[in-house]
Design a protein around this ligand. Structure first.
Ligand code: HEM
Length: 448
C-alpha cells in the first residue's frame, strides 16, 4: 500500500526496520568488539589473561603463561574479572551453586541492553548463546539436559562402539589406498567424530563436509573478542546451519526416524521445546560432537609422535589406551578455557567475590596443577591419576558426551596405530586459530 496521501505535503512516517548489516555490526560490537577493547587494553598493561586471549604466540603455547599466573596464587584479578589456574579452585567454581553460566542482562547498562535486543537474531544464534544448555542455568538447564541425557548414558554409549569401530575402519580402508603424505585431520581426525555424531543424531552423513566447514567457522564464536571479518564468517556459517536444521526438523516431523532428533521434534506438548530451544540443543550436540574430539585425536597423534617409546608401549599393550586417552586430555586439553559468573556474595581463595563477577577457569592450567599431578608437564600414558583432569569440566555442565569422546579417542587412536604402525608426523602441524579450543587444523603424516 502507498502510505502517501494525496493532498498532504508531508509523507507519512514509515516504520524503519533495522537492516541486517546494522544488526550484525551491533551484535558483533556488544559480543566481541567491547571485550576485544578491554582485553587489548589489559594485554598492553601487562594483564596475563589479556595476553593469553590476544597474543597468538601465547595462545599457541599458553603453558608458560599459566605458570606465571599460578605463581600469583590460585585466583588473581584480570581485565575481565578473576582468573584461576588452580585445579582445586576450578573444581570448586564449576561445582558451586554460587556460580552460574548465565548472565542477567537486566543489570547491564542501558546501551548494552538496547544493543542486545536490537541485535538479537535467532537465525545466527550459536552454541555460546542462550538457550544453548551450555550457557543456561537451572531450571532451563535441567529441562534441556534431561531431554537428551538418555542418549548418552554409559549403556547407550557402549552401544555406539560398533558404529565407532565400523566408521574408523572405513576411514582407515580409504587411507590404505593413499600413497605419500596425507593430512590426518582432513582424512581421519575430523571425519570420525562428525560421522559418528551424524549417525547418532540421524542427520545425513553426506552433508558432513558442510558440517565441518560450518563447525570450523562457528567454533570461533566461543572465543571472546573475535575480529569483525571472522565474526561475519561465523554468522554466515550459523545462518546456513540453522537453515539446514529447519529443513531437517520439518523432514523428521513428516517422517520420524529412530534417532534422538526425531524424538526431540516429536515431544508431547507439555515437554516440547520451542523452535529456538530445539535449534540450540541440536546445534550444540552436533557441534560439540565433532569440534572437540577432532582435537583429542590430533593432539594425541602429535604427542605420541613426540614420545615414540610410549607409542610402542601401547602397541604392545592395547589395554593401555584408556589411560593414554586420559593423559592426552589432561596434557593438551581440547577445551582450554571456560568461565562462570558469581550469582551470590562469597569468597574465593579468601578473595571477596560480588554477584556478577566473572571467573575465567583455565581448564588447561588446572590440568597441569602440580598440587594434583606430579611433574605435570611430563606426558606419561601410564600416569596413575590422569583421569582426575577437568578436561570435561565438572558439576552440572560436565560434558554430556564425555563417554562418547573417550570411546572415539580409544577406538580411533588404537585402530590407527594398529593399521599403520609406521605412522609418523612428516611436517610441521598447523594449529587452529582458536583460543578456547586447542587442536590442529592440519597434520601432515606419512602412513608407512
Ligand atoms: C574430547 C572431546 C570433548 C571435550 C574435551 C569436551 C569438553 C566439554 C566441556 C569442557 C564442557 C563443559 C564446559 C563448561 O563447563 O563450561 C562440555 C559440555 C558439553 N559437551 Fe563436551 N566435550 C567433548 C566431546 C563431546 C561430545 C562427543 C559430545 C556429544 C554430543 C559433547 C557434548 C557436550 C554437551 C551437550 C555439553 C553441554 C553440557 C551442559 O551444559 O550440561 N561433548 N564438553
Amino acid at each position: 500500500m502507498d502510505t502517501r496521501t494525496a493532498g498532504t505535503a508531508r509523507p507519512a512516517r514509515r516504520t524503519v526496520r533495522p537492516s541486517r548489516p546494522a544488526r550484525t555490526v551491533v551484535r558483533w560490537a556488544v559480543r566481541h568488539g567491547i571485550p576485544a577493547v578491554l582485553l587489548e587494553r589489559g594485554a598492553r598493561s601487562g594483564d596475563l589473561v589479556g595476553r593469553l586471549l590476544r597474543d597468538r604466540s601465547v595462545r599457541d603455547e599458553p603453558f608458560a603463561l599459566y605458570e606465571q599466573l599460578r605463581a600469583r596464587g590460585p585466583v588473581s584479578p584480570g581485565s575481565i574479572g578473576l582468573v584461576t589456574p588452580s585445579h582445586r579452585i576450578a573444581s570448586e567454581v564449576l561445582r558451586s551453586d554460587r556460580f552460574g553460566v548465565g548472565w542477567d542482562p537486566s543489570s547491564a547498562p542501558r546501551l548494552i541492553r538496547w544493543a542486545l535486543a536490537f541485535g538479537d537474531d535467532p537465525d545466527v544464534s550459536g552454541v555460546a548463546e542462550p538457550p544453548s544448555m551450555l550457557v543456561v542455568d537451572p531450571p532451563d538447564h535441567t529441562r534441556f539436559r534431561r531431554l537428551v541425557s538418555r542418549a548418552f548414558t554409559p549403556r547407550a554409549t557402549a552401544g555406539f562402539e560398533p558404529v565407532v569401530q565400523r566408521t574408523a575402519d572405513a576411514l582407515l580402508d580409504a587411507l590404505e589406498l593413499r600413497s605419500g603424505p596425507v593430512d590426518l585431520v582432513d582424512t581421519f581426525a575430523a571425519q570420525l567424530p562428525v560421522l559418528v555424531i551424524a549417525d547418532l543424531l540421524g542427520v545425513p552423513t553426506d552433508r558432513r563436509e558442510d558440517f565441518l566447514r560450518w563447525g570450523a567457522a562457528a567454533a570461533a564464536t566461543l572465543d571472546p573478542g573475535l575480529p569483525f571479518r571472522r565474526y561475519l564468517a561465523a554468522e554466515r556459517a550459523l545462518r546456513a546451519m540453522n537453515a539446514f536444521l529447519r529443513e531437517h526438523f520439518a523432514r523428521l516431523r513428516r517422517e520420524p526416524g529412530d534417532d534422538l532428533v526425531s524424538r526431540l521434534v516429536g515431544l508431547p506438548e507439555e515437554e516440547a521445546l520451542t523452535e529456538r530451544e530445539l535449534h540450540a540443543t541440536v546445534m550444540l550436540l552436533l557441534g560439540a560432537g565433532f569440534e572437540t574430539t577432532v582435537n583429542l585425536l590430533g593432539n594425541g597423534v602429535v604427542l605420541l609422535d613426540a614420545h615414540p617409546e610410549q607409542w610402542d608401549v601401547l602397541r604392545a599393550n592395547p589395554s593401555g589406551w584408556d589411560g593414554a586417552v586420559e593423559e592426552i586430555l589432561r596434557h593438551d586439553s581440547p577445551v582450554q578455557i571456560t568461565g562462570r559468573t558469581a550469582t551470590a556474595q562469597g569468597t574465593l581463595a579468601g578473595r571477596p567475590v560480588r554477584p556478577g563477577t566473572r571467573v575465567t577457569v583455565l581448564l588447561g592450567a588446572a590440568n597441569r596443577d602440580p598440587e594434583v599431578f606430579d611433574d605435570p608437564a611430563r606426558f606419561d600414558v601410564r600416569r596413575p591419576n590422569a583421569r582426575e583432569h577437568l578436561a570435561f569440566s565438572a558439576g552440572i555442565h560436565y560434558c554430556l558426551g564425555a563417554g562418547l569422546a573417550r570411546l572415539e579417542g580409544i577406538v580411533g587412536l588404537r585402530s590407527l596405530s594398529e593399521r599403520f604402525p609406521g605412522l609418523r608426523v612428516s611436517g610441521p602441524p598447523v594449529r587452529r586459530d582458536l583460543q578456547t579450543l586447542r587442536g590442529f587444523e592440519r597434520l601432515p603424516v606419512t602412513l608407512r
